[in-house]
Design a protein around this ligand. Structure first.
Ligand code: BGC
Length: 920
């Protein structure tokens, strides 16, 4: 057995572990049928063995939680693991893997928050601050660490060398409640003798413009940085360097910067300010400021610049701009190399689409609205006279195209784009015989990459906001694409911290406008429409749904336990608003079921259904006004039901049996209310829209005996729309799944393979490289409209893994798996794999004239049931032997399929399908 992917708290070699860690690993094995019931972890520091777990039963997944004496702060530890299989055979030890504890609540000691002694009014980009100091090291360096963070984005350098890496720090959190600090190994950067440390401090997401309203400074107007360096010399002495008012400061080549409103870099100002004896041209006093912000170690992957994309074309537009096309919509920064006369100024604008003239213009992002209010502004580069490489440090954009305005005499030497996204391990792979479907999958992945920034966001352009509904509908799919467990768990921390006292979860987390605050003044966000629309059904339900998805992906109850109180408060709020509106709602009667009928509040409803279905309209502003006037009780009551029922199950898992009964009562009450209001005919629901039927099936809102009619009516609605989907935000991700689960896999294929709008493949056919916010991407006049990079409608890609390739978990944490591909001859092959806590699981099938070959890989520690549709045990083979004869493989035939029970390993099945594939 070999070990891979040793992690601490889900991260590779973290340096700032503030909580007691858990250790996880993956095992690969040559032999088959491996279970991994026991493990042992050994933890050491320089002082020797700190903890030896002994042989312990692992919980669901291969991991063990630390259970030894209190760990010291700021200390390097190493650990290793060995495992026992079900025959009690023990493996060798793994290699050692390292991690560091962080400050562990001790804070930065005597370090102070510092900044330049200057003020900038709210809404004006602050000059970027350059802060530095020098220090002596008197002996060779044994080990050096820096702990640092900022209110704003910052970069830190030692002796002129970058110590930050290609990231944006600190990540966006509820800055009013917590700020993450970073711990870094600077052993190789510090040297015996004179040293310098420098910090560049910009507005970042703390003070810069954020959210739909591009509001500045919502967490404060005063940026500041804090750092503590600890350098252990070989002679045992420790040199400590901290930020304080003795630091020096001033301005430098990055003149000003905002996360979206552009960065100005003046290459004439480049100096060696962060090297010993270096200094900024015009020093400004550095002051220490009082800040009582809570600092916490990072607990998820940071947002990083990734490998460059080359431009696929560079053309001059009719207006004379140079337009670079990167061939891929993404979130990132452009790196531009320019040569030209000193003082020449070049501007770089970005956009996802071009205007009819071939130019860049972001007005499409606000249909009929005020694009200037978005504050998506160009970068400005001023040349030094030599060859300059410009790469904005603190401003990112969402785009496929960059537009350069270059004066006469300046040469564009090179332009590349660096995608920027959270450093997650993307473990989802999909390919098939249909290139359009493959491109759809690719588009979903690019939309996830671009939107899993430092928080899961809606779009990397207009808002960059942590909309809870977007994360709610996409979390399941996200976890098939990438190991985003720690990342989503970190975001949920901010949802808990910013939950209002009445249980409301802001629709955007971390909140990025004053209107999300508790007791916020109602803001007029459109003429005639004032709200804070916090607490929408389907959005705030992320606090229940996302932990549930993490639990499913990892098997760890901690994800549920940590969020349990917040979930309860959220569901109680539904109960409260239902109860208190009793008698005032739609019917005006105080009927019993109205106690559970949620018919007040602002809810986004199904949101962005295609024109002609449900709330579908081309006028989103009119829709928002209508949503404010008429609460979407059919959606809100459904979510009250669903979150209550899920919470009842969660309570049961956590041993909270009284709570479980309590929430079951809500769930039953809400279901009854929903049925009374919306089951209007034998197979009819109100509104008679695809989203309603999908939700009714997914949440089991209709009685068992009506399920099939409900599915039949959904199919009728699809057929009436000529095989087009009619779902919006909330149910598009589960439409194909519900069709397949009710015997309509062929209809799911019709919808998936539909290549006229509304459909995913229409977008692909029209050149999409990401998933669009609206189904058509253009207004009725054919002009681009709304964001071109919204992952929510791409949530349906889960169907490619779970149904088309057939990879599904049958227990939390994936220790039992089913491989049940949806075989059909509209594909000649399909292949998918995804990551589990145990390792990769994959399924690949080919089909020709009903002859199927299915190859599966099941990770050590798990077992799987492989369903061979249309096979007979006498004819089907496993690795060349008929299933009947195969030793150690239990099979079961129900007349329509054979199910083979297998342990870990790789297997190839072959059979001739007995039944003709349906409706080909
Ligand atoms: C965002 C969405 C979000 C929605 C609320 C939009 O402006 O881009 O993704 O969930 O507002 O309906």
């Amino acid at each position: 057995m070999h070990f891979q992917d040793l992690r601490v708290n889900g991260l590779v070699g973290p340096l700032g572990v503030d909580n007691d860690p858990f250790f996880s690993w993956k095992v690969s094995a040559e032999e088959r049928n491996v279970l991994l019931p026991h493990a042992q972890v050994e933890l050491s520091s320089d002082a020797g063995v700190v903890w030896n777990s002994g042989k312990l039963a692992t919980p669901v997944a291969p991991l063990l939680s630390y259970d030894g004496p209190g760990l010291a702060a700021k200390t390097s530890y190493r650990w290793r693991v060995r495992v026992w299989d079900q025959h009690n055979t023990v493996s060798d030890w793994s290699e050692w893997s390292a991690f560091d504890t962080g400050l562990r609540g001790a804070g930065f000691g005597e370090a102070q928050w510092i900044r330049l002694d200057e003020e900038t009014p709210v809404g004006v980009k602050a000059p970027v601050q350059y802060l530095n100091t020098e220090f002596e090291v008197t002996a060779p360096v044994k080990r050096a660490r820096v702990y640092s963070t900022a209110l704003g984005w910052y970069r830190l350098s030692i002796n002129g060398a970058d110590a930050t890496g290609p990231g944006y720090f600190p990540g966006f959190t509820a800055f009013d409640k917590r700020v993450e600090y970073q711990a870094r190994d600077i052993t190789d950067l510090v040297r015996q003798g004179g040293n310098a440390v420098g910090i560049i401090l910009s507005d970042g997401r703390f003070r810069g413009r954020i959210g739909a309203q591009a509001q500045p400074a919502i967490y404060g107007n005063r940026t500041a940085a804090i750092a503590r360096l600890e350098i252990e010399q070989e002679d045992g002495r420790v040199v400590t360097v901290v930020t304080d008012a003795n630091w020096h400061g001033g301005h430098g080549p990055i003149v000003d910067s905002d996360p979206r409103a552009g960065e100005t870099i003046d290459a004439r100002l480049r100096t060696t300010w962060d090297e010993p004896d270096g200094q900024v041209p015009e020093p400004i006093t550095v002051v220490a400021v009082d800040e009582a912000r809570e600092v916490v170690g990072e607990s998820s992957e940071p947002m990083l610049r990734k490998a460059p994309l080359a431009a696929v074309s560079i053309k001059r537009s009719a207006t004379g701009a140079l337009i670079a096309d990167f061939g891929q919509n993404h979130h990132g920064v452009t790196r531009v190399t320019l040569r030209g006369p000193v003082g020449s100024t070049v501007t770089v604008d970005h956009s996802e689409v071009l205007t009819k003239n071939g130019d860049v213009d972001v007005s499409y992002l606000i249909p009929g609205g005020d694009a200037a209010s978005l504050q998506i502004l160009p970068n400005v580069f001023i040349l030094s006279g030599g060859t300059d490489v410009f790469e904005p440090a603190f401003c990112t954009q969402g785009y496929r195209y960059a537009s350069l305005t270059i004066p006469e005499g300046v040469e564009l030497v090179e332009i590349v784009s660096l995608p920027v996204h959270a450093d997650l391990r993307y473990h989802g792979r999909f390919s098939s015989s249909n290139p359009l479907v493959d491109q759809f999958h690719k588009n979903v992945e690019w939309s996830m990459r671009g939107n899993f920034m430092d928080v899961p966001s809606d779009c990397p352009t207009r808002e960059r906001s942590g909309w809870t509904g977007d994360a709610q509908v996409f979390a399941h799919t996200a976890l098939l694409f990438a190991d985003a467990n720690a990342y989503l768990a970190n975001w949920l921390t901010d949802a808990r911290l910013q939950q209002h006292s009445d249980g409301t979860i802001p629709d955007v987390v971390p909140m990025d406008a004053d209107s999300w605050r508790e007791n916020a003044e109602r803001a007029e966000i459109l003429p005639g429409l004032s709200m804070p629309p916090s607490g929408s059904a389907g959005w705030g339900d992320a606090i229940v749904q996302v932990p549930w998805e993490i639990y499913q992906a990892t098997g760890l109850l901690a994800a549920l336990r940590t969020n349990y109180d917040a979930m309860k408060k959220w569901v109680e709020r539904f109960a409260h608003i239902a109860r208190s509106a009793r008698g005032q709602g739609r019917t005006g009667h105080a009927e019993a079921h109205e106690e559970f009928f949620v018919d007040t509040g602002y809810h986004w409803g199904e949101w962005l259904e295609p024109d002609g279905e449900g709330d579908g309209t081309n006028d989103v502003f009119a829709l928002m006004k209508d949503l404010a006037a008429t609460p979407r009780a059919w959606v809100a009551t459904a979510y009250f039901e669903h979150s209550s029922r899920l919470l009842a199950e969660i309570a049961g898992l956590l041993g909270e049996d009284d709570d479980s009964c309590h929430f079951l009562r809500y769930a039953d009450g809400a279901r009854d209310a929903w049925q009374r209001e919306y089951m209007t005919g034998p197979d009819r629901l109100e509104p008679d829209a695809q989203g309603t039927y999908v939700r009714a099936l997914e949440f089991a809102l209709v009685p068992e005996e009506r399920r099939q009619q409900t599915a039949d009516r959904l199919v009728q609605r699809i057929r009436e729309r000529d095989n087009h989907l009619g779902t919006g935000f909330l149910s598009t991700g589960i439409l194909l799944k519900q069709l397949t689960q009710h015997g309509y896999g062929d209809v799911a294929l019709d919808v998936l393979l539909q290549d006229e709008a509304p459909s995913w493949l229409d977008q692909v056919r029209r050149g999409a490289t990401t998933i669009w916010e609206s189904w058509t991407g253009v207004d009725p006049d054919g002009n681009p409209t709304m964001s071109y990079n919204h992952y929510s409608l791409g949530a349906a890609a889960r169907w490619l893994y779970e149904h088309l390739a057939g990879i599904r978990q049958t227990s939390p944490g994936w220790c039992t798996i089913v491989i049940d591909p949806f075989l059909n001859e509209r594909f000649s092959h399909v292949e998918a794999s995804t990551g589990t806590p145990f390792g990769e699981v994959s399924s690949r099938w080919t089909i020709t004239d009903g002859r199927v070959t299915l190859r599966v890989a099941i990770p050590p520690g798990t077992t799987a049931q492989v369903r061979l549709d249309g096979a007979s045990p006498q004819e089907a083979t496993i690795d060349g032997s008929t299933l009947d004869d195969a030793a150690g493989v239990d099979t079961n035939s129900d007349g329509t399929a054979v199910t083979a029970q297998v342990g870990s390993g790789t297997y190839t099945f072959e059979w001739q399908r007995a039944t003709a594939p349906a409706l080909v």
